[in-house]
Design a protein around this ligand. Structure first.
Ligand code: FAD
Length: 176
C-alpha cells in the first residue's frame, strides 16, 4: 500500500514513529515536507533565539529514515493539489504521485490581520526556523521592533527582540 503524508511537523513525525513501532514494513510511505528541514519542536521554537540550533530542536533521531527505509522524506516539497478521484497528489516540483491512503498533517498558519502593509519587507510571522532566522537578520540591522499580539507567543517574541538589543513595543487590542 502506498501512503502519502502531507506535512512533516510535530504530528506528521509522531505518526511516522507510530508506524515504525507498529512494524508496518509493507507500507510504502512518502512524506511531503514544504519546509527545508525535517520536523522540529515548534513548541520550543523560541529557544532558537536563546542559542539552540535547528539540530537541537530536531524531532528526528539520527538514522531514523535509514532504519525505516520504507519511508521517504521529501524536503522542500509542497503538495499543491489533490485529485481524490485519481488518488494523486501534485507536488511543487511538478511531479504527480499516486497514493492508496493520504494523510493531511499540515498544521495551521498564523492568522495575519488584513491590515495594509502586512506584506511589506521586514514584516514576519512567528512559525518556522526560517522566520526566526529572518528576524535575527533584520534585528541585526534594526533599532526598533514591534510585535502585534500580546499573547504567549507575542511576549516570547518580544523578549527575543529585547534580548537582541532592540527597542521593543507590543501592540495588543485587549486592555491587558
Ligand atoms: C512559536 C510557537 C510556539 C508554540 N508553543 C506551543 C506550546 O507552548 N504549547 C503547545 O501546545 N503548542 C505550542 N505551539 C503550537 C504547536 O507548535 C502546534 O500545535 C504543533 O506544531 C502542531 O503540529 P502539527 O504537526 O499539526 O503542525 P506543524 O508542526 O505546523 O506541522 C505542519 C507541517 O506541515 C507543513 N505543510 C503545510 N502545508 C503543506 C503542504 N501543502 N505541503 C507540504 N507540507 C505542508 C508545514 O509547513 C509544517 O511543516 C506553538 C507554536 C509556535 C509557532
Amino acid at each position: 500500500m502506498k501512503l502519502i503524508i502531507v506535512g512533516h511537523g510535530m504530528v506528521g513525525h509522531k505518526f511516522l514513529e507510530c508506524l515504525a513501532e507498529a512494524g508496518t514494513q509493507n507500507l510504502e510511505v512518502t512524506v511531503l515536507c514544504e519546509e527545508p528541514r525535517p520536523a522540529y519542536d515548534r513548541v520550543h521554537l523560541s529557544e532558537f533565539f536563546a542559542g539552540k540550533s535547528a539540530e537541537d530542536l530536531s524531532l528526528v533521531p539520527a538514522g531514523f529514515f535509514e532504519q525505516n527505509n520504507n519511508m521517504l522524506l521529501r524536503l522542500n516539497a509542497r503538495a499543491v493539489s489533490i485529485d481524490r478521484a485519481a488518488r494523486t497528489v501534485t507536488v511543487s516540483t511538478g511531479e504527480t504521485l499516486s497514493y492508496d491512503k493520504l494523510i493531511l498533517a499540515t498544521g495551521s498558519y498564523p492568522f495575519v490581520p488584513p491590515v495594509p502593509g502586512k506584506d511589506r519587507k521586514d514584516c514576519f510571522v512567528y512559525r518556522t526556523i526560517e522566520d526566526l532566522e529572518a528576524m535575527q537578520e533584520c534585528g541585526a540591522r534594526g533599532k526598533r521592533g514591534v510585535v502585534i499580539g500580546g499573547g504567549l507567543l507575542g511576549l516570547e517574541c518580544a523578549k527575543a527582540l529585547r534580548d537582541m538589543g532592540l527597542e521593543t513595543h507590543v501592540v495588543e487590542f485587549a486592555p491587558r
